[in-house]
Write a protein that binds this ligand. Sequence first.
Ligand SMILES: [Zn+2]
Length: 198
Amino acid sequence: MKATARELFDLHVHGDGSADSRLSTKRAIARARELGLRGLAFTDHDRLTLLESPYNDFVLVPGAELSTEWGDLLALGISELPPAGLPVPELIDDIHDQGGVAVVPHAFSGELAHICMNGRVFEVIGVIDGLEVTSPKRSVDNAKARRVARENGKAQIGGSDAHSVEDLGRGLTACDGATVEGLLEAIRKGRTEAFARQ
Ligand SMILES: [Zn+2]
């Protein structure tokens, strides 16, 4: 991957559809463009954001952060919300059937067991597409997520989990894809890089 060809995305942003977010859709897009990002994914809790980008050169990736019995799961590139209550492996199948990708956010944390999959990740490691490796949550073990992604050929995903404009862009995914499909393909192939920026 050529460093010069990299397109940057923040793939975990909470906007208008999250009660706990102070970030508006408009403000988030403006800030992402200011930072030179190619696009972002609004990933509100159990709510799918399907928005047309107002700009030709800026991509809005359909996304949602799904609550599951094992912890949170990011679904990117889907066209409708999967039925609630599906067992996680079936939920991942549903995401794939829709042409989307499944990414485990903040995978490992002893303290946040209700939202973090922890050991369950290994039950679906063969079918997930990536792991988020830039969580800003203090107790999350990003190094472990990175290692698990690398060892299993899964995409390393950067997202900020931003709930405010200041936090947007603090975690980024870099890849060669400049469109939603290009990005999803890079994730499926594990051809992404992820980094945190202050
Ligand atoms: Zn989140």
